[in-house]
Each structure stands twice: as C-alpha cells, then as structure tokens.
Design a protein around this ligand. Structure first.
Ligand SMILES: Nc1ncnc2c1ncn2[C@@H]1O[C@H](COP(=O)(O)OP(=O)(O)OP(=O)(O)O)[C@@H](O)[C@H]1O
Ligand SMILES: [Mg+2]
Length: 286
C-alpha cells in the first residue's frame, strides 16, 4: 500500500508570554492511500492539535516546533500560506471540530461553496451548484435548496456540521481530515452521516483521518487507529489488533470504559469488548 500522508516527529507548542505548553511530543504515523485512520484519546490529549498541525491551521499561539509532514511528496509544513491554500480544500478537505468556526457568518452558504471552487480556479456554474446540493442531501440536509440560500446563523449545530462536511467533500479531495465530525448530531443520525462521509470519501485511493471519541465509530469505519494520551501517540495499529490485544494500559482502560455493564466478561477473562467493537463490516467496500 502506498503512503499518502506521512507525519514524522511532530512537536507542537502553545507558547504565550505567560506560559508555554508542549501539546505534542513527537508524533509519527502514516495514512495510506485508501485508508481510513481513526484518532482516539481523552479530551486534551492533543487530537485536534495533531490534525491542525498537519494543515497549519493551529489556533494561536500554537506553533509546530519540529517535525515533518509529507503529503504525496509535498512537505506541507514548509509551504507558504498561499501554497497551502491551494492544497486545503482541493487536495485535503477539513471538517473542523466546531462547524461554526468554519462558516462565514455574513455570506450565504451557496456563496461559500462558490468561494471554495473559485479559490482553486474552478468557474461558478450550474454543475457545481448541483454538486453542492447533492452533497448536502447526501449528508441528510433536507431542503438543501433553501439551506444553500441561507446563512450560518439559521442553522442548528447538526445542520452546520453537515454543511461543513459537504464543503470538505466539495472538490473531491484525496484526503479528508475530520475532527469529531458528528458530535453535534443525534446518535442515529451520526451513523447515517458517517456512512455517507466514508462512502463519499473513500474509493479511487482517497483516504481519511478521523478524530472521534467513539470507539464504536473506529471499529465500524477505520482500518487503523492511533491512540493519543497526554500529547503522545501511545499506540497505533490495525483496529483488529489494537482493540483485541492492546499493548498500552491506557488503550486497555479506554476499551474497558466502553464495555456495557450487561456485556461485562466474567472475572478472569480479557476485559476487551472484542465482539462488540471489531468485525462490523464497513460500508463503501474498499
Ligand atoms: N489555543 C490554545 N492555547 C493554549 N493551549 C492549547 C490551545 N489549544 C490546545 N492547547 C493545549 O493542547 C492540548 C491538546 O488540546 P487539543 O485541543 O488538541 O485536545 P483534543 O484531544 O482535541 O481535546 P478534545 O477531545 O477536547 O477536543 C491541551 O490540553 C492544551 O494544553
Ligand atoms: Mg479536539
């Protein structure tokens, strides 16, 4: 399998005059072509910092201090902002953890889709409009025609999340990076949107890096999983291996925490919910 994204030795600091925090302590991993890779870990472990470091969208005062990010032969961290803009949106789609932060409050949604296309020299035409509407419908937006004519403040959190997902997919990027893309959605809708997201993302070598709190999501959709703990990647590997025979204590406790009380194994057996989490077929068939 060839590698699409290769992250090596990523160190990221949040440095202000008052204090300095090292948020990432040397993170290395790869996302192969056609792969879906999940990032899990407790709140504050550095998941968003990892994905934002990769595309240089860190919240201030964040700064990548060390490391290298290779995306199909391009060193992302060495690019100028102008060059990065050519990659973001077109080659890498990003779904931010807070959808409203990614939407412009004063532009109609349709205009924001147009701007994504225009930033990459794609002319505005009816076909692009149709594609935006189709993507909105695919993520479960009803009355997409009306939504596209409106503004971000008219949207619920869940609707905004779907709009941002549709925007990330708009130009058919090779890699989609999604930071908790469905947290504002109801559980049943989450699965529907994730089915759509993975189906539309993968295929023809496209890949996805998805941050989630939900180990069930990882089991269902991901090929490999990265486990973060306090700014370090403590474990990574195929989901079937990491979830069945975790090597790190933190991974084991994470897995134990999702065992349903009624599914708790008898004393003396491995406390890993192997049947619950692994083996669910993935939609989209890679
Ligand atoms: N804007 C910021 N200013 C200062 N420090 C920050 C900032 N953003 C993140 N950090 C630091 O980086 C660490 C990792 O934060 P990050 O947002 O990446 O965690 P996360 O795993 O995405 O958490 P969550 O699951 O809550 O989204 C935090 O604990 C904090 O120390
Ligand atoms: Mg986060």
């Amino acid at each position: 399998m060839s590698v699409g994204l290769e992250v090596s030795g990523l160190v990221t600091d949040f440095e202000s005059r008052q204090h300095s925090v090292r948020a990432l302590h040397g993170i290395s991993f790869e996302v192969g072509e056609s792969e879906i890779v999940g990032i899990v870990g407790e709140s504050g472990s550095g998941k968003s910092t990892v994905v934002r470091s990769i595309i240089k969208l860190l919240m201030p005062p964040g700064r990548v201090a060390e490391g290298h990010v290779d995306f199909y032969g391009t060193s992302l961290l060495e690019l100028r902002e102008r060059e990065l803009r050519r990659i973001r949106g077109k080659e890498i789609g990003f779904v931010a953890q807070n959808p409203f932060s990614a939407l412009n409050p004063v532009l109609r949604i349709e205009r924001q889709f147009q701007n994504i296309a225009r930033a990459h020299g794609i002319p505005r035409d009816d076909e692009m409009r149709r594609r935006a509407i189709e993507l909105l419908e695919a993520t479960g937006v009803k009355e997409a025609e009306r939504v596209i004519g409106g503004y971000a403040h008219e949207l619920s959190g869940g609707m905004a999340q779907r709009v941002v997902i549709a925007m990330a997919l708009f130009l058919n990027p090779r890699l989609v990076i999604a930071d908790e893309p469905t947290t504002a959605l109801d559980l049943t809708v989450q699965r529907q949107v994730l089915d759509t997201l993975t189906r539309l993302t993968t295929g023809s070598g496209r890949s996805m890096l998805i941050v989630t709190h939900d180990l069930g999501v990882v089991a269902k959709y991901c090929d490999r999983v990265l486990v973060m703990y306090q700014g370090r990647l403590v474990e990574q590997g195929p989901v079937s291996k990491v979830f069945v025979t975790p090597e790190h204590d933190y991974t084991a406790s994470l897995l134990e925490s999702v065992v349903r009380p009624d599914a708790a194994p008898p004393a003396g057996t491995a406390p890993i919910p192997a049947v619950d989490l692994v083996g669910a077929p993935r939609p989209g068939g890679l």
